[in-house]
Design a protein around this ligand. Structure first.
Ligand code: 5GP
Length: 210
């Protein structure tokens, strides 16, 4: 029997480097798959429908909710975001490790639906570094940067509900840390319950004539 893959939920502050890290995990290792979310927000320039997101109308999204096609969903800054269930379930059953890059409400709902999911929070080493990275992007005003840092302050309150915290000081180290964390999680006792039960049965069977 093929082992089921791991459902990996990655969240992190704006400027944490989570997007870069996810991309590198997908490039370097062939067992990862990225779940493409559905959203009602408008595409940004360069974003491709079906690759970055499935861009849908509110009506279409609400239909997905009604048909229970979403593993989790939330409303974030006025738009719906959600994870289509079918792809995730299909990939996990094929033994692939599926990455969801989502915010924390969705992360906790995903954990409820899949208690074996591994929740990883990525953070820069300091708040000053968060500021420097956002400033360095040159895409947002000081005002927006401060708003994002305020949101970061809220997010800091819930980091301890994640299974793992990865500090992205050096991106290479962070990629390896995450990959190793996921590999280790495959050895956890909760993920190996079926195997342990099989062993117990084997002991019973083996010792039955002694
Ligand atoms: P953005 O609009 O910047 O692409 O995403 C806004 C936020 O929504 C980010 O924190 C992103 O991780 C989160 N997000 C993206 N897809 C999903 C999803 O399917 N579910 C949830 N709960 N959050 C999502």
């Amino acid at each position: 029997m093929k082992n089921k893959g791991v459902l990996i939920v990655i969240s992190g502050f704006a400027g944490s480097g989570k997007g870069t890290i996810t991309k590198e995990l997908l490039n370097r290792y062939d067992n990862y798959r990225l779940s493409v979310s559905a959203t009602t927000r408008n595409p940004r320039p360069q974003e491709v429908d079906g690759k970055d997101y499935f861009f849908v109308t509110r009506e279409e999204f609400e239909e997905m909710i009604a048909k229970e096609e979403l593993l989790e969903y939330t409303e974030y800054v006025g738009n719906y975001y959600g994870t289509p269930k079918k792809y995730v379930e299909q990939m996990l059953s094929e033994g692939k490790d599926v990455i969801l890059e989502i915010e924390y409400i969705g992360a906790f709902n995903a954990k409820k639906a899949f208690p074996e999911a591994v929740l990883i929070f990525i953070t820069p080493p300091s708040v000053k570094e968060v500021y420097n990275r956002l400033k360095g992007r040159n895409t947002e005003s000081e005002d927006v940067i401060i708003k994002r840092i305020k949101r970061g302050q809220e997010e800091a309150e819930i980091i301890d509900k994640y299974d793992y915290v990865i500090v992205n000081d050096d991106v290479e180290t962070a990629i390896l840390d995450i990959h190793n964390t996921i590999q280790c999680s495959k050895c956890s006792s909760v993920r190996n319950g079926d195997f342990v039960n099989k062993l117990k049965n084997e002991f019973d069977e083996f010792l039955k004539n002694y």
